[in-house]
Design a protein around this ligand. Structure first.
Ligand code: NAD
Length: 502
């Protein structure tokens, strides 16, 4: 740990914290490999202060009618857009994704806040008149109270905005625990929310590690926990929250396949695969990490097209325009990716392009891994089973359609999948039968737009409601049902029979 760098503070009760921080963690610039700042790691007291503040703000914020909350959210969107270049530069320098990709990270988050501004419509309940004689029934959607979000390093703007945008629109107050690896953008987003008119304490940010997360989950005032990150942590947070009797939705890792049928436009598929496998250095939960060409001829042609494209890619500093993708987030991430590449070689996969040991001039200490392509990977291999979360694409050759369909369906993860074909019937069959949560047809990264829901299946998601879209509102509200009868002068006397619809 270094001491001569600025400390990125928490944002509690409408202000950046200023108290000295005994525990901090280094924040790197992955393009240079150097420490650029330190981030505070919250103590239990600081987590409690954030929840106290959110609890105090809840009365005011939840009492605003949904349309007034929506107006503040739309002002927040305007401010985020005005500051998009500044936010994207900061994001790119801490995460390592390129500047245009960082803008995309912000934009996909903003789209969910825009959707959330439709809260007046989305919070409407149902009404049934004359459910019994003179009896009406209606339902209300009410906020939960203080809710928490714990988010990963790979989308430091988008995922906090997905969670906070909908939770806040629904009238909750929010405590965000973003990744300690790229913590600056979440703090700026909270500052802009305050500037947009959100009362102090409505959106708080605490940085930290496991102890901050445990303190949040253990606080009885926190009503719900939304998590996104790796599968082991997602599962343990889901179990922890459930033991505390809380609502939880926890999204985990992925191993997304793209199936390429023999009739596909192979040039289009190869372009799509290269973008989806190597964009953001493969550090996307919807990255394609396995290509499944059907038939040997399709496979030979596809591998040739991929090799050509991969050899033309440039990995370089995140803020340099010539870079197709930047470094991975940390030295540990690079070491793990390179180790798994060696595992692939040792297990007998054919290493077509090796991205290890790539040198970027004047950035020799940056955390770079070049684009890597494996052919003839088989399902038992670790590089097919495990999420690598780096710029590594594995080709698993399938002999026929059924074998190709089985590969993503039988995989432990079930986040996203794509099929490339010109055959509508085959695409329809694939989308219906594949055991995966999000499907793209000739679309390599099928991240659903804001007004649909996002969520993977199997080990990619724990909990039964997805993120954003209508499910987001269901997760962040509780339903109350009111049955009403007004005195009408008719007296029936006491009844001891269970009231029924007949
Ligand atoms: P991570 O699991 O290491 O960290 C996620 C969050 O959990 C961070 O805020 C981190 O500080 C916190 N955390 C880490 N260890 C913890 C512990 N022991 N106890 C409590 N909290 C802990 O994930 P990451 O490396 O930041 O992100 C990459 C992972 O996230 C990948 O596996 C990727 O697939 C996944 N991801 C999934 C989705 C999705 O929607 N399914 C989206 C984005 C990323």
């Amino acid at each position: 740990m270094t001491t001569d760098h600025p400390v990125i503070p928490h944002f509690i009760d409408g202000a950046r914290t200023t108290a000295p921080e005994p525990r901090t963690s280094d924040v790197f610039d992955p393009s240079t490999g150097r420490v650029q700042a330190r981030v505070a790691l919250a103590s239990e007291d600081e987590v409690r202060a954030a929840v106290d503040s959110a609890e105090r703000a809840f009365g005011t914020w939840s009492a605003l009618n949904p349309q007034r909350r929506a107006r503040i959210l739309l002002r927040w969107v305007d401010l985020i857009n005005e500051h998009a270049d500044e936010l994207a530069r900061t994001l790119s320098k801490e995460h390592g994704k390129t500047f245009p990709d960082a803008k995309g990270d912000i934009q996909r988050g903003v789209e969910v806040v825009e959707f959330a501004a439709g809260a007046p419509h989305l919070l409407k309940g149902e009404f049934s008149s004359d459910a019994g004689t003179g009896i009406d029934v209606h339902s209300l959607r009410q906020p939960l109270g203080v809710v928490a979000g714990i988010t990963p390093f790979n989308f430091p703007a988008m995922i906090p905005l997905w969670k906070a945008g909908i939770a806040l629109a629904a009238g909750n107050t929010f405590v965000l625990k973003p990744s300690e690896r790229d913590p600056s953008v979440p703090v700026r987003l909270a500052e802009l929310a305050l500037e947009a008119g959100m009362p102090a304490g409505t959106l708080n940010v605490v940085h930290g590690d496991k102890s901050a997360v445990d303190a949040l989950i253990d606080d009885p005032r926190v009503q719900a926990v939304g998590f996104v990150g790796s599968t082991p942590i997602a599962q343990s947070i889901y179990e922890h929250a459930a033991r505390r009797g809380k609502r939880a939705q926890c999204f985990g890792g992925a191993k997304n396949h793209a199936v390429i049928l023999p009739d596909a436009d192979l040039e289009m598929a190869a372009d799509a695969l290269v973008g989806a496998a190597f964009g953001s250095a493969g550090e996307r939960c919807m990255a394609i990490s396995v290509a499944v060409p059907v038939g040997e001829e399709t496979a030979d042609r596809l591998v040739a097209l991929l090799r050509e494209r991969i050899q033309a890619l440039t990995v370089g500093p995140s803020l340099e325009e010539s870079s197709d993708f930047g470094p991975v987030v940390s030295a540990q991430a690079r070491a793990r990716i390179e180790e798994l590449i060696q595992v692939g070689v040792d297990e007998g996969a054919e290493l077509v392009v090796d991205g290890r040991g790539v040198q970027v001039p004047d950035h020799e200490d940056g955390f770079y891994v070049g684009a890597t392509l494996f052919d003839r990977v088989t399902p038992g291999m670790r590089i097919h089973r495990e999420e690598i979360f780096g710029p590594v694409l594995c080709v698993v050759r399938a002999k026929d359609y059924e074998e190709a369909l089985a590969l993503p369906s039988e995989h432990e993860f079930g986040n996203g999948v794509a099929v490339f074909t010109r055959d509508g019937d085959a695409a329809r069959d694939f989308a219906t039968r594949v055991d995966v949560g999000m499907v793209g047809v000739n679309v390599p990264i099928p991240v659903p737009i804001a007004y649909y829901t996002f969520g993977g299946w199997k080990a990619s998601g724990f909990g039964d409601l997805n993120q954003h879209g209508p499910d987001g509102f269901r997760f962040y509200t509780k339903t109350k049902t009111v049955t009403t009868r007004w005195p009408s002068g008719v007296r029936e006397g006491a009844s001891f029979v269970m009231p029924a619809g007949s």
